[in-house]
Design a protein. Structure first.
Length: 224
């Protein structure tokens, strides 16, 4: 897979490129936003790893420009910032995933492979009955009713929809929706399943997300 790595910290970018190449990625490195946009016009990439804090054109503006010209290459944003606002702004700009520095190479590779799998599946619009999730626009609706979901809720629902009719163990949901380094309470999955049910099921008298006790969760392909 061809990866465009955009980061102005030369030593960091070089080391990261070596690590990704060792994992089988073909990596092209540029150091600023304008160069990144130019490079995406010259050739096609499978994935983009993009630092937010760049000289000149910021990572936010790079993603916005890519999306405005119809380039939907999956973008994983990197940043040294920890603020929730930065994460929200990056995703609202059109980024597909977010990783804060410092991070492990294993987690980055897992995230990139997950993005690549989603692109291969290449369904931007996922459906189960009248439940519809547009992963590109980050919008969810049940019939004609728009449903407001948080980023984490969207990610959880996307995972369930992409594997609908399949019972997914809680550990796999943690790995997919949170990350492979998650060390918090595994019951967070149950909490977020509850959040989803209160938004996509209860107001519509449905039972889309089923609990398989001792196993995991299953999404009804008919939408409940």
């Amino acid at each position: 897979m061809r990866v465009l790595l955009v980061d102005d910290e030369t030593s960091f970018a070089r080391a990261l490129a070596v690590g990704l190449e060792h994992e089988g990625f073909a990596v092209n490195v540029v150091g600023d936003g304008s160069a990144a946009l130019d490079r995406t016009l010259e050739r096609r990439f499978d994935l983009i790893v993009l630092d937010l804090m760049l000289p000149g054109l910021s990572g936010y503006k790079v993603v916005t420009e890519l999306r405005s010209r119809g380039d939907w290459t999956p973008v994983l944003v990197l940043t040294a910032k920890q603020g929730e606002y930065d994460q929200t702004e990056a995703l609202d700009s059109g980024a597909d995933d977010f990783l804060s520095k410092p991070f492990s190479l294993a987690v980055l590779v897992a995230r990139l492979r997950a993005l690549a799998r989603r692109r291969r599946n290449n369904a931007f619009v996922l459906e189960a009955g009248d439940l519809v999730l547009d992963t590109r626009a980050h919008r969810c609706r049940r019939g004609d009713t728009e449903i407001e979901l948080t980023r984490r809720e969207l990610s959880l629902l996307e995972t369930l929809l992409r594997r609908k009719a399949e019972t997914i163990p809680k550990r796999e949901l943690l790995d997919e929706v949170w990350d492979f380094a998650f060390e918090g309470d595994a019951n967070i999955v149950e909490v977020y399943v509850g959040y989803l049910r209160r938004k996509i099921d209860r107001p519509f008298h449905r039972n889309t997300i089923e609990t398989r006790r001792g196993v995991g969760y299953r999404l009804d392909p008919d939408g409940g």
